[in-house]
Design a protein around this ligand. Structure first.
Ligand SMILES: [Zn+2]
Length: 469
């Protein structure tokens, strides 16, 4: 069976292949497919005028989804800069190629082997060079965009999910859509996976602003928009306050971005088997206290297994307990604690100096000071060297404040239980996040039982609030 190929074509104004029509790109790619002996199973096309339009490319998104779904073995495109427009897109593309070693061929520039480290490095360098050229070319456009961005104006394109854009370019919240953005942001902070949120949105018939079903890429793009936090941003930098109403707090938005960019996220959302209390519950044998490990043991029925938590130390007195029974017991107690309103403020545990609001105000103040320094430079009251020095100092503090905001938002999974149905929240959490919650709230000590393999006895487990044992 021949390999399945997808063709990707894009019309744009950039340097390479300026004005090259989609038809011509497609023909070249089809010839390439013949030469390689691969079967074209799909063709994806986008029409975007500038690499900086920042608009979602529906064809590109669909291509990546097909690659992730394993429907594509080979990608054919006319030239590398038809395919991805930014280093960010290249990284997403590399991720989509990796699991099945999808190979990319270009009608103009040969082959892109993203399965080797050196191939990835070459692609990254070429991407950086073509970006630099593209940036140079669009200098004028960019300046106009900067002005508009500083004024918080909408730069055009499809109406963004979460707002209604008025004729004068101002915007109001689309309440239903804004609620979805807020819910999804909070779910990400609580440890839910993008996939589970996509599935939930599509099941409820919620569509993107262009009426399409959600996918991994489109949801991620919506959640990472600075505008969600009322910030106006251009080329990776906050350039001012958006005139549009914010949907989430700046700390929530920064937390979401931090979670989505965390490289450990991939590992923690993998399908690796993890048990809720492994390494958390401890052995209650006299003088032991070792964390219990999960283990699979045979049951009295041949060929069947069950999971137990047991002490790594062997010998009389050290404990083993049925995993299902112990988990049900611990989760029952935990949800009981979390559903009591009087526990909520204590669980949130925020001190005033690092509260999201205090950090947000500090960031606003720092950005204002940077703006003032720029004004002073413009009025020749200070030199360029002085401006650079002031900015470096302020930027350092701003970086700290922004990092702290991301941390605060991430640490708020417990606070998130407040005022919500704890059972629902608990069910939505990933196993890693559940383990964090257990660890933060309580300690679990399993006491030795005289009998072996008998009925589970809750009296032989000590569950205590953390910090009070
Ligand atoms: Zn022990």
């Amino acid at each position: 069976m021949s390999q399945r190929a997808a063709i990707y074509c894009r019309i744009s104004e950039d340097r390479t292949g300026a004005g090259l029509g989609v038809e011509r790109q497609r023909e070249d790619c089809e010839r390439l497919a013949e030469r390689l002996g691969v079967a074209v199973v799909a063709t994806y096309t986008d029409n975007d005028v500038s690499a900086y339009s920042g608009r979602t490319r529906a064809g590109y998104v669909a291509l990546l989804d097909a690659m992730r779904a394993g429907d594509v073995d080979v990608v054919l495109s006319w030239h590398e800069d038809r395919l991805h427009r930014s280093p960010r897109e290249l990284e997403d593309y590399i991720d989509a190629c990796e699991p099945r070693a999808v190979v990319t061929h270009f009608a103009q520039a040969g082959q892109l082997d993203l399965s080797s480290a050196s191939g990835r490095m070459t692609a990254r360098i070429r991407g950086a060079v073509s970006r630099q050229e593209s940036e140079h070319k669009s200098e004028r456009i960019r300046r106009a965009q900067l002005q508009a961005a500083q004024a918080g104006k909408w730069l055009g394109g499809a109406p963004p999910f979460g707002w209604r854009v008025q004729a004068d370019g101002s915007a109001t919240l689309n309440r239903a859509e804004a609620r979805e953005v807020r819910k999804a942001s909070e779910a990400i902070l609580a440890g839910a996976s993008l996939g589970s949120i996509v599935a939930d949105l599509n099941r409820r018939g919620v569509t993107t602003s262009t009426g399409r079903p959600w996918n991994y890429t489109s949801l991620r793009q919506v959640l990472e928009r600075p505008r969600n936090a009322g910030l106006s941003m251009l080329r990776g930098e906050v350039v001012g306050k958006s005139t549009w109403p914010a949907i989430v707090s700046e700390s929530t938005w920064r937390g979401v971005c931090a979670v989505l960019r965390d490289p450990s996220r991939k590992r923690s959302t993998s399908n690796r088997v993890r048990h809720l209390l492994a390494g958390i519950a401890t052995c209650g044998a006299e003088g032991c206290g070792l964390p219990l490990k999960s283990a699979s043991v045979t049951t009295s029925r041949p060929g069947t297994y069950r999971t137990v938590y047991r002490c790594p130390a062997t010998g009389p007195g050290h404990v083993a307990r049925d995993a299902d029974a112990l988990e049900a017991h611990v989760v029952g107690v935990l949800l009981g604690v979390l559903s009591k309103p009087e526990n909520a403020p204590a669980l949130a545990g925020e001190d005033a100096a690092t509260s999201p609001e205090a950090l947000r105000l500090e960031a606003v103040a720092l950005r204002a000071q940077m703006g003032e320094a720029a004004d002073m430079y413009a009025e020749t009251k200070i030199t360029g060297a002085q401006l650079a020095k002031i900015n470096a100092r302020l930027q350092e503090r701003l970086d700290d404040a922004e990092a702290a905001m991301a941390r605060t938002a991430r640490g708020s999974a417990l606070a998130w239980f407040a005022g919500r149905d704890p059972v629902k929240v608990w069910k939505s959490l990933s196993i890693d996040r559940k383990r964090d919650v257990v660890r933060e709230v309580m300690t679990v000590r399993v006491l030795p039982s005289g009998r072996r393999g008998k009925v589970y006895d809750p009296d032989l487990v000590r569950i205590e609030p953390r910090g009070q044992q």
